[in-house]
Design a protein around this ligand. Sequence first.
Ligand SMILES: CC(C)(COP(=O)(O)OP(=O)(O)OC[C@H]1O[C@@H](n2cnc3c(N)ncnc32)[C@H](O)[C@@H]1OP(=O)(O)O)[C@@H](O)C(=O)NCCC(=O)NCCSC(=O)CCC(=O)c1ccccc1C(=O)O
Length: 338
Amino acid sequence: MAKNPEKRKELTSVERRVARIASHLLPSISPLSPAPPIVRSVASAEDSYRRVHGEVSAKEAAWREVCDDESGKGFVDIIYEKALGEGIAKITINRPERRNAFRPLTVKELMRAFNDARDDSTIGVVILTGKGTKAFCSGGDQALRSSDGYADFDSFGRLNVLDLQVQIRRLPKPVIAMVAGYAVGGGHILHMVCDLTIAADNAVFGQTGPKVGSFDAGYGSSIMSRLVGPKKAREMWFLSRFYTAYEAEKMGLINVVVPLEILEQETLKWCREILRNSPTAIRVLKSALNAVDDGHAGLQELGGNATLIFYGTEEANEGKTAYMERRRPDFSKFPRKP
Ligand SMILES: CC(C)(COP(=O)(O)OP(=O)(O)OC[C@H]1O[C@@H](n2cnc3c(N)ncnc32)[C@H](O)[C@@H]1OP(=O)(O)O)[C@@H](O)C(=O)NCCC(=O)NCCSC(=O)CCC(=O)c1ccccc1C(=O)O
């Protein structure tokens, strides 16, 4: 070790640079090779952000079940939990005996839970998952399919999962699909509308609609085409094949594959990493990333965020205050910035 402080500083700097370059030279992982236990981290252990913030915790969450929302109806088809002392909510489809297929009641309950998570200002990230390790979700419950949608307790059919998709897309907080087992049919679409997908190595992805006389000509087609490209999207829909988690990762359909045993641990790490960042930046970015694809609705969401931020300024406050005080607003002190 160099004794001269100048030399030591130089040596440390060289070591840091070598570590950074080496992290870029790691061999790429074959799509069929097993996932490494520690998931991709390009930043070197020595960078200044890490020195300030430390490692993201991978500890288990202390989940507290939310048995009810303001409707007072309780939950039957889902489990809704929040991590104590953390800004994480977890919504689990709880019909494992049906591979977590959804019926209208399931969708209604999912919407209530997502609504609660949206309104709860302590929550910054929402995880959507399925009970057990065999399925994330296998789509609409075919036993309840009728000529006008899906009907459970009454005779009216509905396709209320389409409203759920829009709700997830517009929720101003990241939604992460945590997928073990099958994510197929309408279940595959649910993971696609989520902002991020973290998959276990046993996950299987695909559409089944054309095999069972169904299709999703909305987000299920357009978002897929954006994610995997128009040719691959046609393959996925026309052939209705299933794909492994590694194939899905290679296609850009999901973010990462991890061993099943650490699926929740890794998902929590991603949540905590997001939660370290500015909530407003994340909120605006989500709406910006969706804006073009979502057309007027996308612009409305992005524009709403601009208004929300503007309301916090002195300039906006001057307008409101002047109105309330029955006087002319004085906007002259606010610069017309270049
Ligand atoms: C998922 C499987 C590949 C799993 O196979 P396997 O592990 O061998 O298990 P199984 O023995 O098949 O299943 C166990 C048990 O679960 C029942 N089950 C599974 N999936 C469903 C389902 N979707 N509906 C009803 N029941 C289901 C199965 O019958 C077994 O019951 P037993 O009593 O024990 O026999 C495999 O299960 C499978 O392929 N499942 C079907 C997948 C499927 O085709 N899903 C429907 C696709 S269509 C759709 O989801 C439309 C949804 C929708 O609402 C919509 C409509 C219009 C526009 C948009 C949408 C949209 O969702 O976006």
